[in-house]
Design a protein around this ligand. Sequence first.
Ligand code: NAD
Ligand code: TYD
Length: 370
Amino acid sequence: MIRANETLLVTGGAGFIGSNFVLSWVKAGGRVVNLDLLTYAGNALNLAPLEGDDRYTFVRGDICDAELVNSLLRRYQPRAIVHFAAESHVDRSIVAPDAFIRTNVQGTFVLLEQARLYRQELGEAYRAMFRFLHVSTDEVYGSLAADDPAFCETTPYAPNSPYSASKAGSNHLVRAYFHTYRLPVLTTNCSNNYGPYQFPEKLIPLMILNALEGKPLPVYGDGKNVRDWLYVEDHCAAIRAVLENGRPGETYNIGGSSERANIDVVTAICDLVDEMGPALGAAPRRGLITYVQDRPGHDRRYAMDASKVSGELGWRPVEAFESGLRKTVRWYLEHGEWVNSVRTGAYREWIEKNYAERAEYRQQGTGNRT
Ligand code: NAD
Ligand code: TYD
């Protein structure tokens, strides 16, 4: 249960998962101070429903700014930090890793250090209540073969992209602050999320929007890479459960038990957009699927064993992948204004950059297997 009016300092609350979390937390009666730099991935419009609500405070700023973080902690005296802020897109981490190291590693360090100093000044009761919840990813564990068991909390780390390496580094720092300073940290490693407000550079929203507009659907490699998908509201519920009853110093793996090959996700999206969107001539949208050059170091399969969080905290996902995907397609069809607001010039530049080389590969005739 949420304690009335308790304040959380949320970082990255204007991004995809963070905004879903903030909306649900405030709706349930909680208070939030949201520290977000509003990079390309952050969008204040996601939190428009909270405009004028005195339970919600927005601060535009950088998690690497120690002075700012220190002043926010002292001013708002949160009972927890819930840390979402990150650079989160694997393809961008391959093209330009610097920002990933800065935000994901240095930024997490700044937050931990300021949290440690702040907590020292709290009275005993508040010190006991304080939590630092670090939102992380299954990608720290690396890649699974088809018949390997799912990742559990003790699986050794084996990150393969600058993104996952930077998240693994941040997880290690969080762990170290527990063992060295007894900062009451909690880490959640979650599988791929999908749902409303996801920036359309990630697989599901990119494919929905391209399918809607009759553009090619660029599937990397052979399309048989497998991801475990979790509806974003289920992830937010898991975070609330861990925040409330998770044991300090522990890690909780969170997943949807919904492993799907990318090609199956994309064909399902084609069929849903055919059904719910405007017709695209007589041709089914599956014809837009185009195999393109693979991502370097592309992890083959992720799968999560979420038995710890379900056994200890009673959390289970409630949304099935098929119904969640249907809801998500509907959301993007109904939120054209939001879509237009995030597809800025910088977005178009990124899409051009990421897919131009892959298109060349296709033209050479080695990649197009449709
Ligand atoms: P996102 O990219 O949609 O949002 C990131 C947010 O962080 C944005 O609002 C951005 O403006 C903000 N931000 C970036 N750098 C910042 C900085 N230096 N200071 C302050 N704010 C900054 O990310 P997301 O998909 O919502 O992911 C949130 C967290 O969950 C990340 O830590 C990510 O690693 C983790 N995660 C994501 C997924 C997924 O499928 N999306 C799965 C597991 C874990
Ligand atoms: P993504 O949404 O980038 O998440 P992550 O890499 O963190 O799992 O990609 C999900 C899967 O979809 C991944 O296997 C890469 C693949 N993919 C494509 O095939 N085409 C695309 O255009 C994108 C963005 C991803």
